[in-house]
Design a protein around this ligand. Structure first.
Ligand code: HEC
Ligand SMILES: [Cu+2]
Length: 351
């Protein structure tokens, strides 16, 4: 629109943020003009004309008072409801398919461990017209992920996962800033988001050197850290089998329950005693200090690829008939046949 004054509108949420912003500016302008105009008008109209003038005494006007209370109240409520709607839409990733991106912020760089693509620093490649869900954490102080052209900004906090999403609407290169003063190198903590056409993106993903994705690195860790000694069907139920746990409701000791999202998986590994799954003893050791943030992401990514043992067969076969599960009749309660499948799910699952 105004290229030099205003960042581009390059995401689906950008026009909505701008509409709200222009509304706020318009309301402010209107009242500035109204108040300043009346100030001038009244100063002239009711100026003192003679030295002995005495102002008229006024005892208030109910109608006037109610009007100038209710109208601004209404306007403020419009701003509140509108703003809240945009805010919640921006920070709640819609369900359904999106490209998942992990981000690690540290003094003074942005790291994006590879999902299917390549390891990136201060640069992130995403496809156009596709939702991108960001799961981010910081390895030291508070940073803030800010892409002005997308109108997205999120504080990135240590010890916690934060999620946000965006959908870029045009290809190109867009600035990424850290928008939270984070130390000497703060001004250098910049990068770029490269939005690519779907075919370019596929080519870029395929160009990843090895297919050592997060999930397969996680699988190695899962073995090396002996997670499997408690978390496999063969472990005699010392710990819960983790297949299919992601985004499912998990019952906890004491009757409560939680959704097993990224934050829950993170906490279960770093601080297992915080929320103990129902029916299990709190015997899991903490892995705080044993795994770093990146390894933690790898483990979580691996856990997400573990398909539920019995229920996966129908859902897998609907998308792409692989001939394996389709020929067998799926009996509703017959778990025995599929229970033999080991948890070594292919880590190439696409979301
Ligand atoms: C000594 C056995 C043991 C080891 C080793 C172990 N866990 Fe656990 N884990 C458990 C038990 C028991 C629970 C359930 C009780 C709880 O929530 O603390 C559990 C819970 C979990 C949960 C939450 C599951 C749920 O249903 O709520 C996750 C995720 C998890 N572990 C991941 C891991 C990972 C990853 C590793 C390896 C880095 C690991 N565990 C190593 C015993 C173990
Ligand atoms: Cu920073």
């Amino acid at each position: 629109m105004w290229p030099s004054l205003f960042p581009e509108e390059a995401s689906t949420i950008a026009p909505r943020v701008d509409a709200l912003y222009f509304f706020l500016v318009a309301v402010s302008c209107f009242f500035v003009v109204l108040i300043a105009g009346m100030l001038l008008l009244f100063a002239i109209k009711y100026r003192r004309r003679h030295e002995h003038d005495v102002g008229a005494s006024i005892h208030g006007g109910m109608v006037l008072e109610v009007t100038w209370t209710l109208i601004p109240l209404g306007i403020a409520l419009i701003m509140f409801v509108w703003g809240a709607k945009v805010y919640f839409d921006e920070y709640t990733p819609p369900p359904g398919n999106s490209v998942i991106v992990y981000g690690l912020a540290k003094q003074w760089m942005w790291k994006f461990p590879p999902m299917d693509g390549q390891r990136e620093i201060n640069e992130l490649h995403v496809p156009v017209n596709q939702r991108v869900k960001l799961i981010m954490t910081s390895q030291d102080v508070i940073h803030s992920f800010f892409v002005p052209d997308f109108r997205v900004k999120m504080d990135v906090l240590p010890g916690r996962y934060r999620t946000m999403w965006f959908e870029a609407t045009r290809t190109g290169t867009f600035h990424l800033f850290c928008a939270e003063y984070c130390g000497t190198g703060h001004s250098r903590m910049v990068g770029q988001i490269v939005v690519m056409s779907p075919s370019d993106y596929q080519a870029w993903v395929a160009g990843g050197v090895s297919h050592n994705t997060l999930a397969s690195a996680g699988q190695t860790l899962f073995t090396n850290l002996a997670c499997a000694s408690c978390h496999s069907a063969a472990s005699g139920s010392r710990g819960p089998v983790l297949n299919g746990i992601y985004e499912q409701r998990v019952k906890l000791q004491g009757g409560q329950s939680v959704i097993a999202d990224d934050a829950y998986l993170r906490e279960s590994i770093m601080n297992p005693a915080a929320k103990v799954a129902e029916g299990y003893q709190p015997i899991m050791p903490t892995y705080q200090g044993l795994v770093d943030d990146e390894q933690l992401l790898e483990l979580i990514e691996y856990i997400k690829t573990l398909k539920p043992a019995a229920a996966s067969a129908p859902s897998v076969t609907t998308s792409e008939p692989e001939g394996q599960g389709t020929s067998q009749p799926i009996t509703e309660h017959g778990k025995s046949s599929s229970a033999v499948s080991s948890p070594s799910a292919a880590p190439t699952a696409q979301r």
